[in-house]
Design a protein around this ligand. Structure first.
Ligand SMILES: [Zn+2]
Length: 305
């Protein structure tokens, strides 16, 4: 069985009529997962309500009070924007807190079962920095989940692998100063947000950026995984691996120009599973509904092999 942590409440983060990061993304994935041959091997789980587990102590490890209060205030006023492409609707603050809890639930499940879990939540998180949301992201879900994992006695080191097509500037900004965390990103360059250079290695040599030119396909990714990503993660020996699982590196994705196919994410998942089965996959980007849904299916299917 593979836990899929999901709530219909994630659909309430309203980004407007024409925004690529839209509720239909999750609906398309849910629909696909309900009709796959291995549907009976999925264990759908609701995230822990914020009334049962307060996410604030974990949120505050990664974000400033000012940023958290700003998001809350904009939502309370009925909505607004954090930047040109990062809307906050009336429900967005509550939904974003529930999304953080879903990622924390993913950590709990994986540590309890020693098997992967998939967190099907939105908004995404890897662009959110300590003091600001940006790039569709309100709170830095992966970094917060990593902090939460480190509070568990059996967890000494956590690695975050980010295969979203965009560099996770927010995640790196947090991880690069933290000796118990590592961050590895494969991303298109040049591309939004313009960060993630290969010579940035982190204060503790705990960052690995692999910028890839537009037009790169699975061959370039395989080479990068085998020669850089897997050695980096093997040496680091994480007690938990968190995958910032964005699927906007698909050839059909409208926001970037990488040429992956949905089944390629099954291959990347296979690489990860060779390192450890303690993997929390959490959804980041991915904006072509069909490619997104197929890619999540490929990721989960590989975990069930
Ligand atoms: Zn992205």
């Amino acid at each position: 069985m593979l836990p899929v942590i999901y709530s219909d409440e994630f659909l309430l983060h309203d980004t407007g009529s024409f925004h690529p990061e839209r509720p239909q993304r999750l609906s398309a994935i849910v629909k696909a997962l309900k009709s796959v041959p291995f549907a009976d091997q999925l264990k759908w789980q609701l995230p822990t309500p914020v009334t049962e587990r307060d996410v604030m102590p974990w949120l505050q490890k990664v974000h400033s009070e000012e940023h958290i209060e700003r998001v809350e205030l904009i939502a309370k006023r009925g909505g607004g924007n954090l930047d040109g492409d990062t809307p906050v609707s009336a429900y967005s603050y509550d939904v974003a807190l529930l999304a953080v809890n879903a990622w924390l639930d993913g950590v709990d499940r994986v540590l309890a079962t020693e098997d992967p879990a998939f967190v099907l939540a939105r908004p995404p998180g890897h662009h959110a920095e300590r003091d600001r949301g940006m790039g569709f992201c309100l709170f830095s879900n992966a970094a917060i989940a990593a902090c939460y994992a480190l509070s568990q006695p059996e967890v000494k080191r956590v690695a975050i692998l980010d295969w979203d097509v965009h560099h996770g500037n927010g995640t790196q900004n947090f991880v690069e100063h933290h000796p118990k965390l590592a961050y590895c990103s494969l991303h298109q360059s040049p591309c939004y947000p313009g960060t993630g250079y290969a010579d940035e290695r982190g204060e503790y040599k705990n960052v690995l950026n692999i910028p890839l030119p537009p037009g790169s396909a699975v061959g370039e990714y395989q080479k990068a995984f085998e020669s850089e990503v897997l050695p980096f993660l093997s040496i680091y020996r994480p007690d938990l691996l968190i995958v910032s699982a964005g699927y906007d590196a698909n050839a059909d994705d409208p926001l970037a120009r990488i040429d992956l196919q949905p089944h390629d994410f099954g291959l990347f998942t296979e690489y990860c599973l060779k390192l450890t089965r303690r993997i929390v996959f959490g959804l980041e980007g991915g904006y072509d509904l069909a490619a997104l849904a197929e890619s999540v299916v490929a990721t989960i299917e590989q975990c069930l092999v």
